[in-house]
Unconditional design. Structure first.
Length: 99
């Protein structure tokens, strides 16, 4: 389907708090940050979610972000430990050479 701009419409997924994981079709010039919709072609592909569905999806999205943040912290700590290990190994080598 082409929009009024003459280009094929885009099927996208909403990740807003109000409409998480809902599919919609819109003009490719649609910009969710500014609300600009190009030629204003926009419609939902799926049915509206229940409050329960919306809440569950939002909790899962928040949990995904928390886990991703925890993983980043663990990776950073691991990197610090690798640097510390390298520093201590070099220091131990120096001490062993002195002995």
């Amino acid at each position: 389907m082409k929009c009024l701009c003459g280009i094929p419409c885009a099927t996208r997924t909403s990740w807003t708090h109000e409409n998480p994981r809902r599919k919609f079709v819109a003009c490719k010039f649609f910009n969710h940050e500014t609300g600009q919709r190009g030629c204003n072609i926009f419609y939902w592909v799926d049915e509206e979610q229940t409050d329960w569905q919306r809440d569950v999806i939002n909790v899962l999205v928040a949990e995904k972000h928390r886990v991703a943040t925890d993983l980043s912290i663990v990776k950073a700590r691991f990197t610090c430990l690798e640097h510390e290990k390298k520093r201590l190994t070099e220091e131990l080598d120096k001490i062993e050479r002195k002995l």
